[in-house]
Design a protein around this ligand. Sequence first.
Ligand code: A3P
Ligand code: MG
Ligand code: MG
Length: 364
Amino acid sequence: MVLQFPIQPPNNYSGASEPVKRPKEFACFSYDKDHQFRQDDSSMKWYYPPDVGANLSNGYDGFIKHDDRIDEHLDSLLRTMTDHEKQTGQPIDAHIVTWRGMLTKIMATPFDDEGFEMNATLYRDCIFIEEHHAFKEQKRQSESHQGRGRIPLSLMQYWGYKFETLSTLPQPWGETSREYIENRDQEVTNNKEQYCSVVRTGFGKSIVCLGGEVDAIWDKKPQTPGEPINWVELKTSAEIRGSNDQFKFDRKLMRYWIQSFLLGVPKIIVGFRNMDGILTQVEELKTISIPDEVQRRGMARWDGNVCIKFTSLFLEWLRTSLNDEGVWRIRRPHKASYIELFKVEEVGHGNLITDDFMNWRIKL
Ligand code: A3P
Ligand code: MG
Ligand code: MG
């Protein structure tokens, strides 16, 4: 049986907005330079403005690139949840557990044609959602030979990571030598290293536990847990030279905004670059102001409140519909006006729930 959730015209999701909780970080983890898991904040980076004029292609040959063909499922998130539950003795009370990227796709749905596939399973009153990795791989391969005109896609991706290297320090500014700051261009860019924040947040009646990468911190984490953190999201984008560029950028801002909203990241630093990969301008955006600014310019039509309301209603529907054991598929075909839900495995939890997590939960 296939169940469908309609993606109605956005105006069906306007009107009174849904209550949202502010995301609060309750745990974190890192991947080190070899992508080894660490239950700490060792890979957190500090923002320090990059130099305009830098060449984002520098060091491309030495790029240490994480192989994302390997399906990592929810393993690190579950490991972090287990660690937290061991410390507090309390199970995490979420209705939904997933990576930030999955909710980004769902939130963008009312204004985006993109297709997606996810796997989901119900375990102890909580729905765990992961990306359907084979689908993503297929999509990536069909896109891999594309590029923007004469620029290969892999180089453009490198520019994004290089911008991170040029804009961050591994220690606070006060503890960093002048040489390090001046020679950041010589640092090897390595995207195996990551800091991930794990937050508790909410959409309407659904409590959601999300894990996602954050690029940098502005100053330092507050003393009191749960207080807002001055995270910084780093992005690169093509220079805006006319109204068509502005339109494209305003559409992109929807994803920037959703991504940052989900983890409570208050500031986005955009590095604008020309077609040769030279950094030409750096701009600071306040996440909270983005929806109004885009609406004021009136070019790209998306509405943050609609994204929130759609997500609240979808999650509520998912929680009533996904009510049985096994592994389920959540699928939105390209351009489809619905999200569908059906079972792909009758029993078990596929690879979503690790043995370690299950063994721990049995004890709890
Ligand atoms: P830009 O965002 O500057 O383009 P994030 O912005 O999420 O921190 O990701 C950092 C970089 O990873 C991106 O830089 C981009 O180069 C690459 N990246 C992120 N998501 C991607 C995706 N879905 N496909 C390809 N590259 C991606
Ligand atoms: Mg990032
Ligand atoms: Mg980024």
